[in-house]
Design a protein around this ligand. Structure first.
Ligand SMILES: NC(=O)c1ccc[n+]([C@@H]2O[C@H](COP(=O)([O-])OP(=O)(O)OC[C@H]3O[C@@H](n4cnc5c(N)ncnc54)[C@H](OP(=O)(O)O)[C@@H]3O)[C@@H](O)[C@H]2O)c1
Length: 251
């Protein structure tokens, strides 16, 4: 497989899409960006240069038929497909008693079933190996209060991706999850002026790790969950440490 590969990028119209697309294109990869919103899709595609390295498909790839159409258009455009970069996701916060079942269904649809749909469309094309990349959250393993529906859907995604990784590694397909915390974007900073963004994840750091995971340098890795958490940490009153000792995390 050459270093320049062809990836279907699903859900590139969110906070991470532009940075992931421009980073992969800068490494020489060709991309088909697939999302539901044509206007936002064009804005993201316009960030990528050279322009002939990118194509767009207006599709909701969480629907199996539309996902298959996105793959077929990828093959028409570039003649091959080497993997999936799945950025589709949704977010919900609310206490259990105020979170209705529809919110759970939306979270599982956006964060977990969308990955199944896109993967089922791409995987049959990866006869010579390939890459499948999913994005999760640190909250999947350490959920904050109020994040139950979101955290459960991301935990389901990670469990499913691990199983998938074992299922497909024999045929040279690498399935990885990149685990992040809140993305450090201008929009997030404006919405949360009280938050210390030192603890957020830089989108470029995530994009660079994805770029590494699809490179030959990561050929020895199958089924990794890679934390890209910046300086994120949990704080607790117990961090005061043993009697007489300084707070070790503040040294
Ligand atoms: N940004 C963060 O702080 C953060 C933190 C941890 C993990 N992540 C994960 O990283 C990934 C990328 O993050 P992001 O912030 O760029 O994502 P995002 O803004 O939440 O959404 C990314 C994409 O998902 C699409 N989408 C949402 N629900 C969908 C559905 N039901 N069916 C089909 N498409 C749907 C959106 O399409 P439309 O434009 O059409 O709505 C958008 O293209 C996501 O999986 C997210 O959960 C993000």
């Amino acid at each position: 497989m050459s270093d320049s590969r062809v990836f279907l990028v699903t859900g590139p119209t969110g906070a991470m899409g532009g940075t992931v697309a421009t980073t992969l294109a800068a490494s020489g990869h060709r991309l088909v960006l697939a999302a539901r919103n044509e206007t936002k899709l064009k804005e993201i595609a316009d960030l990528v240069s050279p322009a002939d390295q990118v194509a767009t498909v207006v599709a909701d790839t969480s629907e199996p038929l539309q996902a298959r159409r996105a793959v077929s258009e990828t093959l028409d455009r570039f003649g091959r497909i080497d993997g999936l970069i799945h950025l589709v996701g949704g977010f919900h916060v609310g206490p259990v008693v105020l979170t209705d079942l529809d919110a759970y269904l939306r979270m599982f649809q956006a964060n977990m079933l969308s990955a199944v749909s896109a993967t089922q469309a791409v995987l049959p094309q990866l006869d010579n190996g390939g890459h499948l990349i999913y994005l999760s959250s640190v909250l999947a393993s350490e959920p904050f209060p109020g994040f139950g529906a979101y955290a459960a859907s991301k935990a389901a995604l990670q469990a499913w991706a691990k199983s998938l990784a074992h299922e497909v590694k024999g045929r040279g397909v690498h399935a990885h999850t990149v685990v992040m915390t809140m993305a450090d974007t201008e929009e997030a900073r404006a919405q949360r002026p009280h938050v210390n963004f030192e603890h957020a994840t830089k989108p470029k750091a995530v994009a660079d790790v994805i770029d590494f995971l699809v490179s030959p340098a990561a050929d020895g890795m199958y089924g990794a969950s890679v934390p890209v958490l910046g300086k994120f940490e949990f704080s607790t009153a117990l961090m005061a440490g043993p009697p007489g000792a300084p707070q070790l995390n503040r040294l």
